[in-house]
Design a protein. Structure first.
Length: 368
């Protein structure tokens, strides 16, 4: 596994030189303590015939100040969905794993993997699975939880008490208000908020909606990292089945880049076609909002679904690009001022290795 990681880093450096992007030196392992600055936490998957599942999850960090890539941990994949985050402050990977290892019917749980010792700790057994896990601070995880009652909703997990608080509870709402699907949270440490895209569960599964007879509202809500929803920063879009508000990224306190996808069937080719459209959503202080079509600020045709993040107002975008089986596909930094793409971590098609997900983690102090 270590040798494979070296090949990926070397490939990234060579591609950077060929593209003139000027990538900074990168390395596989830190030999000195990691910095306190912001970083990318990257979840990567690849084959490993020695595992029962045949797959590994490899967790990397990429320091946004030094531009150093570090392989932090390799963990056998044993989950409904591979999700996790590296906490550099306490040297732990928080990730999803089956509560009963190797039992395919078992629900996923949050686990802690000590990077230095390899020790594993099961933290809870409350939900079915986790679409996303990210870090608010050294004591708090922000997750998108798939609950046993069906709603999919954002929740905070207190690492000290090992307890959850969910968005419905905080806002005095019914849990069935939320079904958030696979849309990412896109937590922004600069603003201390994230985006929740959701529909009312009863409407999502209604007969009329699935017969294409009625639109239902999809809500785009800005929430603080304490899960409080600001009613002046919630926008509703009515859509028929086949159209979806699929992603949204915060550009400033009140401005978002929103992606809508529209599916149609090409009868001549016999394939489902998905068209991507981008909008700029701007909230005003009085509760009103504008929702206007816009051009994506990055080469969207090459960017994977849910594969873009920014925390500096859209000057720099971090993009998952290319197909999973492409040697030039992987995670890149894109500068909107120069149009330069800088590779961070590339795919390894020989091992079916590719980026699963990533999140941007803000400067972290030590745990209290």
């Amino acid at each position: 596994m270590k040798h494979r990681g070296k090949r990926i880093v070397i490939a990234a450096l060579l591609l950077a030189l060929l593209c003139g992007c000027g990538a900074a030196p990168q390395k596989e392992h830190e030999t000195e303590p990691a910095g306190d600055g912001p970083y990318l936490s990257i979840t990567y998957g690849c084959n490993n015939a020695e595992n029962a599942s045949g797959r590994d999850m490899v967790f990397y960090t990429y320091d946004l100040e030094t531009r150093q890539l570090t392989e932090e941990a390799v963990i056998p994949f044993d989950a409904r969905y591979a999700s996790g985050v590296v906490s550099r402050a306490d040297g732990i990977v928080y990730y999803s794993r089956r509560a009963e290892p190797g039992v395919l019917t078992s629900n996923d749980s949050l686990c802690a993997h000590d990077i230095a010792t390899g020790e594993e700790t099961l933290l809870e057994t409350e939900h079915v699975s986790y679409n996303e896990i990210t870090l608010v601070d050294p004591d708090t995880l922000l997750v998108m939880a798939v609950t046993a009652e069906h709603p999919i909703l954002p929740a905070r997990f207190d690492l000290k008490s090992r307890t959850f608080t969910d968005a419905a509870e905080v806002n005095g709402e019914e849990p069935t208000l939320y079904t958030s699907g696979s849309s990412p949270l896109n937590y922004n440490y600069q603003t201390g908020s994230f985006i929740n895209i959701y529909q009312v569960e009863a409407e999502r599964y209604s007969e009329a909606y699935h017969r294409f007879e009625s639109e239902i509202n999809t809500y785009v809500a800005l929430m603080n990292d304490d899960l409080v929803k600001d009613p002046n920063r919630v926008y509703a879009v009515g859509l028929l089945l086949g159209s979806l508000i699929d992603d949204a990224v915060q550009l400033s306190d009140n401005e978002l880049l929103v992606e809508r996808t529209d599916d149609s069937f090409d009868e001549e080719k016999g394939v489902l076609v998905t068209e991507r459209h981008f909008y700029r959503l701007t909230f005003a202080g009085d509760g009103s909002a504008s929702f206007e079509p816009t051009e994506p600020p990055f080469p969207a045709k090459k960017v994977r679904e849910h594969g873009y993040r920014t925390v500096d107002g859209g000057r720099t975008w971090y993009l998952i690009m290319g197909e999973k089986n492409s040697e030039t596909g992987g995670l890149y930094a894109y500068c909107t001022e120069t149009g330069e793409l800088t590779p961070i971590l590339l795919n390894d098609p020989a091992a079916e290795g590719y980026i699963i997900d990533f999140s941007i983690i803000g400067p972290q102090g030590q745990r209290d």
